[in-house]
Write a protein that binds this ligand. Structure first.
Ligand SMILES: C[S@@+](CC[C@H](N)C(=O)[O-])C[C@H]1O[C@@H](n2cnc3c(N)ncnc32)[C@H](O)[C@@H]1O
Length: 396
């Protein structure tokens, strides 16, 4: 049983490691004004994650029962303030250097000054903006980044304007449609692109994990074919084409997406990557490929629709064809680490927005078995350092 002191000592060790990295790289001490821990090399990113876990655990223990619950219950006020910052574009109304008064901000964004100061004072309690002099607002590291990084800014919009309201509507939707599997029985979202690019930044999302975690070389011979079902602009196929010699890729999506993907395809990949309009709710037209690959497809659909998508592959499969998925893998038991909560957060998001779910290894296995008994579920692995997992079934 670890004491508070033992945890605090763990934190001290981790903090010293990060401070020594900062000093030896000539960076300023990390602060709310200057985030010197951005863009750490992977080994220090691991120390940073460990420090976040330790401080989170120590904080929860120090808060105790009522403190922890009170913080969780009031988190909606943070969302309200963040929504106001996004909606009224307040970060962009503050100059990158120097300061601005509350009245001047109010004039710029056409909002009463009293409201501006209330939102900003609430944000300041979370180190978003500060006052350099009484009544003079300046940026902190977070607000500065919000004002200059459009993907980070849109991520705030995606969460506060779409995911959070959809989540608020969830219980009402369950009461109205208790056993629904229909994606339209949810609050839907439209704003994906920029926000999702922000959320998938960083080492854990890198496609190198998908390259290293699966034996693509085993099918990289003349005639080897990968069908990238719902492949969007073909990001995965382009990545894999660059590090294989013979594999051919067919990227399928709606006509509009497939056409734009084709138009943006680099010249040197045109020989090996084809785009093709195809609705995955109809029979798969490319027969006998080695791999039918899907990234971020099935987590958007409830089991009812996943079964249709998988069964539509069946007429195309040859003995030994593989269906390879790249998805989040939910833990199969309760978890308390902050890092592990990310998958559970996403599960709430897809439940609210698509009436679908993230899945455990057992859920994936059952899904394949229910789709067709001739699928043999092979495994679900999470490559070292990867946020996503590779899930594989083989056609017998
Ligand atoms: C979350 S994105 C994933 C894109 C791609 N797999 C990737 O990893 O970048 C889901 C994709 O599914 C496509 N999609 C949605 N419904 C589809 C359908 N019925 N048939 C084919 N593609 C579909 C969307 O256009 C979108 O490109």
């Amino acid at each position: 049983m670890s004491t508070l002191t033992a945890r605090a000592e763990e934190i001290l060790t981790q903090a010293k490691q990060l401070d020594s990295y900062i000093v030896s790289n000539g960076l300023p001490p990390t602060s709310f004004d200057q985030d010197s821990l951005m863009n750490l090399p992977p080994e220090y990113e691991a120390v940073q994650s460990a420090l976040i876990e330790s401080t989170h655990t120590l904080k929860r223990l120090a808060q105790g029962t009522f403190g922890a619950m009170t913080e969780m219950l009031y988190c909606f006020t943070d969302l309200t303030t963040l929504r106001a910052l996004y909606h009224y574009k307040i970060p962009q109304a503050v100059p990158l250097t120097g300061s601005i008064t509350y009245d001047e901000i109010a004039q710029r964004i056409s909002l009463p000054s009293t409201l501006v100061s209330r939102f900003l004072r609430h944000a300041m309690a979370s180190q978003i903006f500060t006052e350099s002099l009484p009544g003079h607002v300046t940026h902190t590291a977070i607000s500065h980044t919000l004002s200059i990084d459009p993907e980070f800014f849109e991520a705030v919009g995606l969460l506060t304007d779409e995911f959070a309201p959809a989540s608020n509507a969830l219980i009402g939707a369950i009461d109205t449609y208790p056993d629904s599997r229909e994606p339209t029985h949810t609050e839907r979202m439209n704003r994906f692109g920029m926000g999702m690019r922000y959320f998938t930044r960083g080492e854990g999302w890198d496609l190198k994990h998908l390259r290293a975690g699966y034996d693509w070389d085993a099918i990289d011979s003349p005639g080897g074919v990968v069908v990238d079902v719902g492949g969007g602009q073909g990001a995965f196929s382009q990545f894999l084409a660059a590090s294989t010699r013979h594999l051919r890729f067919i990227v399928q999506d709606s006509a509009a997406v497939a056409n734009s993907g084709e138009a943006a395809l680099p010249e040197d990949l045109k020989e090996r990557i084809d785009f093709m309009p195809h609705d995955f709710f109809t029979e798969q037209p490319i027969k006998g490929a080695d791999v039918y690959f899907m990234r971020w497809i099935l987590h958007n659909w409830s089991n009812k629709y996943c079964l249709q998508i998988l069964r539509n592959l069946v007429p195309a499969l040859k003995k030994g064809s593989r269906v390879v998925l790249y998805e989040f893998l939910l833990p199969d038991k309760p978890v308390t680490k902050l890092r592990q909560k990310q998958g559970l957060n996403l599960d709430m998001v897809v439940l609210s927005c698509f009436n679908s779910s993230e899945r455990t290894t057992m859920d994936w296995q059952r899904l394949f078995e229910e789709a067709d008994i001739r699928f043999r579920f092979d495994n679900a692995i999470t490559p070292q350092g990867s946020t996503m997992s590779i899930i594989q079934a083989i056609w017998l």
